[in-house]
Design a protein around this ligand. Structure first.
Ligand code: CMC
Length: 429
């Protein structure tokens, strides 16, 4: 990283030199770590729109070009040629595995898919109508109470075991949350199936009837997982890093990430999008909703549209759209009213001046929701599936941060409350 360039900041009669750090690709960053010591000012950037919070060698996004790279590899190539577990290996260890490495990694993952039997009782503490994300936040957090031998974050071996455990067990935990909400028995993992196939089986198999995993749906699920696997310093990943910076155990950190992902502006958008399509209901009501989305006072946004970083197109959405076509073709859902609303909404929004000028394109969640709905998942399972997929990204970023031995994350603020004042006795207030 080069530090030969500097930026000059004039503050009153002071001039401060700020080192300029260059990345491999992407914009330079101004190093302000010494700014407070030198000038007694903070930088101010609520929402972190211009702030790089860390160094990372995992994922690169060029929002203007619509480019997403995992460890340098374009998402389109990975989605076409790779598998989710291979992508997990790539994100975790930095390189694509050879055959033996991949076989070993897959074996390690499959040997950890079962959860401690005692965890089954933990589920029973939840109401049957609990949102699966609520259950997952609890159960993943509770993993730290079950796996005491992988809590020491200073031990690289324990960090590795915790990572494998989470990648392996998250599908089991999410599928159990689903089964519990349905009042159906839990289905144990089947290690002869692929990562995605096993998840589908745990969700849709019942003891009374054999479930055969459809290879098109298995591939679609695998793609959904790959496309959501990492997205550099998004809100949930930043949450995981911040939680991890205090030295919290990895299960607690990932539970924090799941909680953050749940919000409708982030991972919860896939559920919110489908609910919006249902609310719109018929194509003739779309103009009413487009008008509402443009009206600032309505507080309404078209869910599944727009992105903080992608201001041209979301490359994940392109792949998802193609996968959606394949799945809908297989399942023969051409005349589904929901799909008609989605297609018409997409067409209108892509040609409407408001959406064009604000660069609001359908994002990955617009299409993933449609696929998951067609597969038979209830909307409440959409965000848990995002959480399963993002687990490897959270863990890779957490491991990277721990290995750097960084400081605790501790932002400052612009205080706008009252200055110091004296306590007033209650009789005089
Ligand atoms: N519908 C209508 N208007 C919108 C939308 C939308 N979906 N998104 C942004 N805008 C408008 C917004 O009102 C603002 O207008 P103005 O400049 O006149 O004030 C402008 O576009 C910029 O919006 P912003 O809120 O400043 O942009 P942001 O970068 O902070 O927000 C976003 C990004 C994803 C939170 C936002 O686009 C949004 O709320 N989208 C809907 C939720 C959604 O689909 N989220 C999933 C994101 S992809 C999956 C993931 O990574 O989690």
């Amino acid at each position: 990283m080069s530090t030969t360039k500097t930026a000059k900041l004039s503050l009153g009669d002071k001039t401060i030199d700020l080192p300029v750090l260059s990345p491999t690709v992407g914009p330079d960053v101004l190093d302000i770590t010494k700014l407070y010591a030198q000038a007694e000012v903070f930088t101010y950037d609520p929402g972190f729109t211009s702030t790089a919070a860390c160094d990372s060698a995992i994922t690169y996004i060029d929002g203007d070009k619509g480019e997403l790279l995992y460890r340098g590899y374009p998402i389109e190539q990975l989605a076409e040629k790779s598998t989710h577990t291979e992508v997990c290996y790539l994100l975790l260890y930095g390189e694509l595995p050879n055959k033996a490495q991949l076989a070993d990694f897959n074996a390690r993952i499959t040997r950890h898919t079962m959860v401690h039997e005692q965890m089954h009782y933990f589920y029973r503490g939840f109401r049957r109508d609990a949102h699966p994300m609520a259950t997952m936040v609890g159960v993943v957090g509770a993993m730290s109470a079950f796996y005491h031998d992988s809590l020491d974050i200073t031990d690289p071996w324990q960090r590795e075991v915790a990572s494998i455990r989470m990648i392996a067990k998250l599908p089991t935990i999410a599928a159990m949350a689903y089964k519990y909400s349905m009042g159906q028995p839990f289905v144990y993992p089947k290690n002869s199936l692929s990562y995605a196939g096993n998840f589908l089986n745990m969700c849709f198999a019942v003891p009374a009837e054999e479930y055969v995993v459809n290879p098109v749906l298995e591939r679609a699920m695998d793609r959904i997982m790959m496309l959501h696997a990492d997205h550099e310093q998004n809100a949930s990943t930043s949450t995981v890093r911040l939680a991890g910076s205090s030295g919290a155990n990895p299960f607690a950190c990932i539970a924090a990430g799941i909680a953050c992902l749940w919000g409708p502006a982030h991972g919860g958008a896939n559920q919110a999008c489908l609910e919006m399509l249902r609310e719109i209901g018929t194509v003739d009501r779309i103009p009413e909703y487009i008008a509402k989305a443009k009206d600032k006072n309505s507080g309404f946004r078209l869910m599944g549209f727009g992105h903080r970083v992608y201001k041209n197109f979301d490359p994940r959405a392109k792949v998802m759209k193609q996968t959606a076509d394949e799945v809908l073709e297989l399942l023969g859902v051409h005349n589904n009213p929901l799909l008609q609303v989605a297609k018409e909404l997409e067409r209108i929004a892509l040609s409407d001046e408001y959406f064009i000028t604000k660069k609001l394109y359908p994002n990955v969640d617009f299409y993933s929701g449609i696929i998951l709905e067609a597969m038979g998942f209830p909307t409440s399972m959409f965000t848990p599936i995002f959480a399963i997929s993002r687990t490897v990204g959270w863990i890779s970023q957490w491991k990277e941060m721990i290995a750097e031995n960084g400081k605790i994350g501790r932002p400052r603020q612009r205080y706008i409350g009252p200055a110091q004042r004296d306590y007033v006795d209650i009789r005089h207030r």
